[in-house]
Ligand binder design. Structure first.
Ligand code: ADE
Length: 245
């Protein structure tokens, strides 16, 4: 069954950036997954459709009210259950969360459904966490003005792992991080651009040599730019060999 993704957001229109373009747009159009957007304003009871208020105890900014979020999350859960998904992970995008990385993306890509809560303002009323088992996920140590971009980052990274989302030729298995290493350099035509030449091995037709060159480049880059990635990763005998060369 295709995965169902539900997002609670005050700005559903922003998600056309995900649904209208590129790999994620094609995956949604081809029915590889489903995206449903829920606007908390639709779950308000007052004439002004209020979704925020000032924090008790004072302080800057506004907070999102518990009730519209609670009702929107419940509606998403009910819709998922109707689609046959009884249990789903619920994620609140926030800088306080577990950092999104390749391992978490792979985990989320196996889920039959996800409910994402994108916040605005200074945050959400803490009691929403007491009503729903929300995991917090961060896309990095910086603060954005809302959870929509992080939710799209998460969904884009998850959708590219769904079977059929990428052509076989550019399967996600070839992505950076798939093997725990950064990507190698890439070249396309022309062979000589303003005197800058493509490394001859890539024109050699020797597939074993090309694979070894790429692996060596990936190892070198990772060692130079992200030595932390190599810290808790075992080198294969071939990789050790390449480093010793
Ligand atoms: N909301 C605001 N900043 C964020 C971040 N860095 N990650 C996830 N959600 C956020």
């Amino acid at each position: 069954m295709k995965p169902h993704y539900h997002v609670i957001t005050l700005f559903p229109e922003m998600f056309t950036a995900l649904s209208g373009f590129g790999v994620s747009g094609r995956a949604l159009r081809n029915g590889l997954c489903d995206l449903k957007l829920w606007d908390p304003r639709e779950f308000t009871q007052d004439a002004y459709r209020t979704v925020d208020d000032r924090p008790f105890g004072g302080g800057p900014g506004m907070l999102m009210l518990a009730e519209p979020l609670d009702l929107a999350l419940t509606a998403a859960k009910t819709a998922l259950r109707a689609a046959g998904v009884d249990q789903s992970r619920m994620v609140y995008l926030s800088p306080q969360g577990r950092r999104l990385d390749h391992a978490l993306v792979l985990e989320l890509a196996t889920e039959p459904g996800l409910i994402l809560l994108a916040g605005r303002y200074e945050g959400i009323d803490e009691r929403v966490f007491q009503r729903h088992p929300l995991e917090e996920v961060s896309i990095g140590d910086y603060v954005l003005s809302g959870g929509e971009l992080p939710a799209m980052v998460l969904l884009d990274s998850v959708i590219r792992h769904l079977p059929g989302a990428l052509g076989d030729a550019d399967s996600a298995k070839e992505d950076s991080f798939a093997d725990g290493l950064l990507d190698c350099p890439h070249y396309t035509r022309p062979e000589d651009y303003q005197g800058l030449k493509v490394p001859p091995v890539l024109l050699s037709g020797n597939h074993a040599a090309i694979r070894r060159w790429r692996l060596k480049q990936a190892l070198g880059r990772t060692w130079q730019r992200r030595p932390d990635l190599l810290q808790d990763r075992r080198l294969s005998p071939e990789e050790q060999d390449l480093l010793d060369e």
